[in-house]
Design a protein around this ligand. Structure first.
Ligand code: ADP
Ligand code: MG
Length: 612
């Protein structure tokens, strides 16, 4: 008996959709790319509920005829290639003819389109691959596609979608990639009726600034190299603008965003010796290559491509990056309002170059650790009275109670806190290598990592601040303003309440800026602006990696930043206070990220060592 049949189109399309459309952001990418391929000069993106409810793209491109409008939803229906050879001279984003068919298989789609020069357009409504309505309609030249209820008939997919903030972030990422590749096209982006981006047709430099914020004005230097194989253009970040988390790294090949670890390595190599450990350079690099020498067909979403001669490309890119970084030493900043790259000021005879002014703390002595430690500890060691018992007898009880309920920890780590000696015995504490505290307890001796101990103490305090008692805030003399780009501002808003609970007094300032009026009274030595910026980066990282610990992240990060570090000399009282506070913690043996704080030698172990 024959059992093989061809899949019905709707099912085949749904399967194809699994590859092309992973999430709302994939729909955004496909629709906007179609608009670009249609020659649009103005493209508007509208989303509701992270695209789960609505994704609409409106363009002023060339539009479609009535028949094409219907055809466009068929699988393998494309106007962009006709024979396989066309693949090697590709100048369009799309060519697989799959996107619209895939989207129509898993959503409710409404298309309105009209060819330029016509007076009536067509409207088509398709649900789950079925055309349920088609009629002539009024429309301006161009195309508008609305995609509603994505994955309505694929519940497993719908369930797999992340929270609105994660999905919105994916959409913003996609939007940034496309709009960077086409600064000449005007774009707008509305999210739940709020304008996220409004981008006029502009230069690449202005586009970068419009997307990522004014800071980028001074951070970038142009890169330019024309060879027979490739033309390189764009901007790369000055070494000091490198970020601790991945930051902004963009490669475009023939105006298509791509990911390529090998080329990334080439750029990174150019920064050799210029970057701090674990920081990543920012770059927006455009490679123009003969389409004959690349193959973009290897990945359905086309973010990975194969180059004919990757090694040569590597070498050219590395040397171009190096050159541009070298040049930057002469021209420290570029002015984004000017359309050309390097501006060397004209000096009239006799005029001298004005040296930049920097502020120096003349009394600062990096080797005077004691002074630094004292300075910091003054504010850091203010005991948290509600939770810290004042004498060891009380502590003794607390620790015993604590041993009953300890959170689960990695195997092999001892999590029960050692019992301290009762108060009537004189306890000596010694600091070793300005890093460890050595003291004796009832059962033996303990060595405590001072930095880790303090992070634990602060962390638990901040967790309490977040959960029940907001921290007190201290007004700053000169409020600072943090200017953010749309993406970062969105993240800032999500963190807002928690940031306030941790003792920051912040207010909305203008459309996308935050004014810092006060900082936690524990943290008066800290650069609040930098801290908030690093939180945004850490938060993004967390979102990219599952986003489970977003609240706790702030407490952990603040604790880590404010805690005393190795290398600080502590006074006896400070050590005493730290140990008191540590043993009053819910979990005194491990840092919030699970690293050991205390090493414990009991007397039996010591005895054994001396037996031999
Ligand atoms: P592809 O882009 O790979 O050709 P799609 O499924 O994305 O496949 O689109 C199918 C066809 O529909 C395109 O080739 C194009 O002719 C037409 N089309 C899609 N979107 C638009 C648009 N916004 N304006 C004009 N034509 C469009
Ligand atoms: Mg397409």
């Amino acid at each position: 008996m024959d059992i093989i049949t061809l899949l019905p189109d709707g099912v085949a399309n749904q399967i194809a959709a699994g590859e092309v459309i992973q999430r709302p952001a994939s729909v955004v990418k496909e629709l906007v790319e179609n608009s670009i391929d249609a020659g649009a000069t103005s493209i508007h993106l509208i989303i509701k509920e992270a695209g789960k409810k609505l994704i609409q793209v409106v363009d002023n491109g060339k539009g479609m005829s009535e028949t094409d409008a219907r055809m466009s939803f068929e699988r393998h229906a494309t106007s962009k290639i006709t024979v396989a050879d066309d693949l090697f001279s590709l100048n369009t984003k799309g060519f697989r003819g799959e996107a619209l068919a895939s989207i129509a298989a898993i959503a409710h789609v409404e298309l309105k389109t009209m060819l330029d020069g016509e007076s009536v357009g067509s409207q088509i409504i398709i649900e789950g691959s079925k055309c349920i309505h088609q009629e002539p309609c009024q429309h301006s030249a161009g195309t508008s596609i609305s995609v509603k209820n994505l994955f309505f008939n694929v519940p497993a997919r719908r369930k797999f979608l992340k929270s609105d903030s994660v999905e919105t972030k994916h959409i913003i990422t996609e939007f940034q990639r496309i709009t960077l590749a086409h600064p000449d096209i005007e774009f707008s982006f509305h999210n739940n009726d709020i304008v996220v981006f409004q981008l006029p047709s502009q230069s690449l430099r202005s586009r970068i600034v419009a997307l990522f914020g004014k800071k980028y004005n001074e951070r970038l230097v142009p890169i330019q190299e024309d060879t027979d194989i490739v033309n390189i253009s764009g901007y790369i970040g000055k070494p000091e603008a490198a970020k601790k988390t991945r930051g902004e790294q963009y490669f475009f090949v023939n105006n298509r965003f791509i990911k390529n670890a090998y080329l990334h390595h080439a750029v990174k190599q150019a920064y050799e010796g210029l970057l701090q450990e674990k920081s990543y350079p920012t770059y927006f690099i455009f490679l123009d290559i003969d389409p004959q020498s690349i193959d973009i067909n290897i990945h359905p979403t086309k973010t990975e491509i194969k180059f004919e001669d990757e090694r040569v490309l590597y070498a050219i890119l590395k040397s171009a990056s190096k050159q541009s970084l070298g040049k930057y030493n002469i021209a420290p900043t570029i002015d984004f309002n000017l359309e050309t790259g390097f501006i060397v000021p004209d000096l009239s005879p006799g005029q001298s170059i004005k040296m930049p002014t920097i502020q120096v703390d003349e009394n600062f002595n990096p080797f005077d650790e004691d002074k630094k430690a004292r300075h910091r500890s003054a504010s850091l060691f203010t005991p948290d009275r509600q939770s810290v018992p004042t004498n060891y007898n009380e502590l003794y009880d607390i620790i015993r109670d604590k041993e009953i309920a300890q959170p689960s920890v990695p195997n092999g780590l001892n999590t029960s806190a050692p019992e301290l000696l009762p108060t009537n015995q004189q306890v000596k504490i010694m600091q070793i290598q300005k890093k460890y505290l050595l003291t004796s307890v009832k059962s033996g001796i303990v060595i405590i990592n001072q930095h880790r101990a303090h992070s634990r103490v602060l962390y638990e305090k901040f967790v309490r601040n977040l959960a029940m008692q907001p921290a007190t805030s201290q007004q700053t003399l000169f409020p600072e303003v943090l200017d953010l780009n749309a993406e970062d501002f969105q993240i800032m808003q999500e963190m807002w309440d928690n940031i306030v609970k941790l003792g920051f007094d912040i207010e909305l300032f203008g459309k996308q800026s935050v004014k810092i009026n006060g900082i936690p009274s524990d943290a008066t030595n800290m650069n609040a602006k930098e801290l908030l910026e690093s939180w945004i980066e850490e938060y993004k990282y967390e979102l990219d990696h599952g986003g489970r610990n977003k609240t706790e992240l702030l407490a952990r990060s603040l604790a880590n930043k404010l805690s005393i570090k190795a290398g600080m000399t502590l006074q006896v009282e400070e050590m005493q206070q730290l140990i008191d506070n540590l043993f009053a913690c819910e979990q005194s043996n491990l840092t919030p990220s699970g690293k050991p704080i205390i090493v414990n030698y009991n007397f039996n172990e010591l005895e054994r060592k001396f037996e031999k």
